[in-house]
Design a protein around this ligand. Structure first.
Ligand code: GLN
Length: 249
């Protein structure tokens, strides 16, 4: 059986900071190593998209000014269809600015209120002090918990409503808001967090979690992923997490 995944990359021109495109490269490469074909669809301002044809979507981070440039198009061109797709278990990864735009709104630190599409029950308020640094979040969404490492740089403080749950507990760094210990959000198969890095090359288990979910949604629950030689990736991940956890004590 040959598999194929259609991957939408939202606003790669305006929303691509701190190497977020590495997430797309990782998804593509980890699929290619297993003989899974991928098609990457860059979704720029004005592009129409049939969201039912998409298997996996990625929306990276951006400056407040980048978010302001795409906010209208995102809400009016994609809001309702993307909300439907998410409710229909579309697999989606959103980072930082992209994560914020899936919520109800982002009130920037200069007082501009950018509407989100309200697919995730959360809102974000910009602060004057940016939250910057390496971060570790204990991801509790798959069968075994796994520590994820990333790098955060945001002014926005995100507060979760009752319709989403946290991606995990923040062990190092600020996470959603630096106050309540929550890091990121999960709703159905959609994931959001403040972890640049890029996230997926640093955390291959999470990349495979997303690929598995997308394949199972398209081809059925029996699909499993062949393991890859991740010794180097996992050693790098382990080393960084140990270093950050030790520095914390
Ligand atoms: N502009 C948003 C903030 O500062 C998102 C930043 C980002 O994507 N890194 O909160």
């Amino acid at each position: 059986m040959s598999y194929r995944l259609r991957i939408a990359h939202l606003y790669p021109e305006q929303m691509n900071i701190y190497g977020d495109r590495g997430n797309i490269i990782t998804l593509q490469q980890r699929c290619a190593w297993r003989g899974i074909e991928t098609e990457i669809v860059p979704v720029g301002v004005g592009l129409q998209l049939d969201w039912a044809s998409v298997d996996l979507a990625f929306f990276g981070g951006g400056q407040d000014s980048g978010q302001a440039l795409i906010a209208d198009d995102f809400l009016n061109n994609h809001g309702s269809a993307l909300r439907d797709a998410i409710n229909n278990d579309l697999v989606m990864l959103t980072i930082c600015g992209g994560y914020q735009m899936l919520g109800h709104y982002f009130l920037t630190h200069t007082g501009e209120k950018l509407p989100g599409i309200g697919a995730l029950d959360l809102y974000t308020v910009g602060g004057t002090v940016r939250l910057i640094g390496n971060t570790v979040v204990e991801f509790e969404g798959s069968s075994a918990s796994v520590k994820l490492v990333g790098f955060e740089n945001h002014s926005g403080r995100t507060y979760l409503g009752s319709g989403v749950r946290s991606l995990g507990r923040v062990l190092v760094g600020a996470g959603n808001n630096g106050e309540d210990g929550s890091g990121g959000a999960i709703y159905r198969n959609t994931f959001g967090c403040y972890m640049h890095g890029s996230l997926l090359p640093k955390n291959p288990q999470f990349a495979d979690h997303l690929i598995s979910l997308a394949l199972q949604r398209r081809y059925g629950p029996q699909v499993t992923l062949a393991p890859l030689h991740d010794e180097l990736e996992l050693a790098a991940q382990r080393t960084m997490i140990e270093r950050l956890m030790n520095a914390r004590n």
